[in-house]
Design a protein around this ligand. Sequence first.
Ligand code: SF4
Length: 499
Amino acid sequence: MRYGFVIDHERCIGCHACTVACKEEHQVPVGVFRTWVKYVETGQFPDTRRHFGVLRCNHCDDAPCIEICPTHSLFRRSDGIVDFDNQRCIGCKSCMQACPYDALYIDPNSNTAAKCNFCAHRIENNMEPACVIVCPTQAIMAGDLDNPGSKTGAVIASRNTSVRKPEKGTLPKLHYVGIHPDLLQPAQLAKQNGFLWADRREMPTTSGSFNAATTREVYDVSHTAPWGWKIAAYLWTKSIAAGALLVAAILMGIFGLQGSVVNVISPAIALIAVTATAALLVFDLKRPDRFFYLLTKPNLRSWLVLGGYILMIYGALAAAWLSFGILHDSVPAAVVWAAAVFAAGTAGYSAFLFAQARGRDFWRHKWFFCWQLLVQAFMAGAAVLVVASLELLHPGAVASLRILLESSLVLAAVNLLVELVLPRRTDEERFAKRFLISGAAGRRFWVAAVILGLLCPLVLTVLPNAVHAATGIAAVLALYGLFWFEYLWLRAGQSAPLS
Ligand code: SF4
């Protein structure tokens, strides 16, 4: 059995009765929606036409929200319904990044994720979902898609139907009849400053400019970006944490450096930064009181869980390194090697977490992103150790660190060029790239992340006979630029509309 919906837009009159019935059935708070009706308009006055799109969870057969959910809060029932258990949800919002359809929201009362659950409680009592019952034109049908004798099975067998974003490979079980194709391509729609009856809360700035011939979005519900500065700061502190010991291992192995910088300062910085990283992750949860569910109810397919384990092991290795450094003035090679491996894992695992966010095409180049995170970790580690070594008046360390900082800045500049020329395959990716380099984020990207944060430190480190102070300024600028890069790159990935 595979429960699914068919929605016939040749019958839909855009009355919102389904939205209201759903709100009543599930006590959905004001401002969030399990199902909603979007309006777009086509044509040029007086020859215009309005089209409706009833949007909600697609109860995907291959649901990315289930894969990424770290605590099995989202799950697929044996009848095909994708349901959720808000008693397990920690409010990490990763499901909102994974779903390509904007189907999930955070319930402002419980601070946990919620969405259409096919009115599973009604199905169990042989009743149809509330939206099906209330629809005045019988445009919404629910039933077993595997049963050709059911109403839904019969429509799918006899009519042309379409699903949203089939290229995502999620195998949606919500089939549309007669929906306007532009309702299925949100990144293509022309945005206006306001909707029919309201101003927009966030005005996307990089879509095609308003053009009467383009399909225009005239009514929708608001969807804000789930991840903000705390996740950008988490990426930043994680780069510092990983880089501190990666760079220390190189200083010991290649430059033969010993002493307090590598034995004590580096692991101390790594420990502080890894603790800050974990604190930011917990602070960003909508239910921080449930953070330990990552240990007690883990989904081992979620990179949020795997990344959490990597961070914990890395923290323990940094503590061991620090203990040996303080107590014995030297660190065993086994600890250095193990810490270097887990430092690389700490830097790079986020690439796999972001790639699980199937809703965000811009983040899905996981191998390139993993390499980018490793380079960023080297840069952040070298920069933070330059600052510490200057404080300790350790010129030997500063000279070696300057070479590492310069090399990582060169690699970061090459990565930036690749980022700019990397072919973007989908509308959403192109939308996000425009947002980053020429849209709302463009000025801050070029000034803070590229000129001040990359090119200036690069010039300062390659200056012949540069004084240590110049290397110190370069290090501070590199850390400043890295934060802006993470923040704007994160915002760009979430800039393209999903619905
Ligand atoms: Fe529903 Fe989105 Fe999950 Fe698919 S990915 S089952 S549409 S919440």
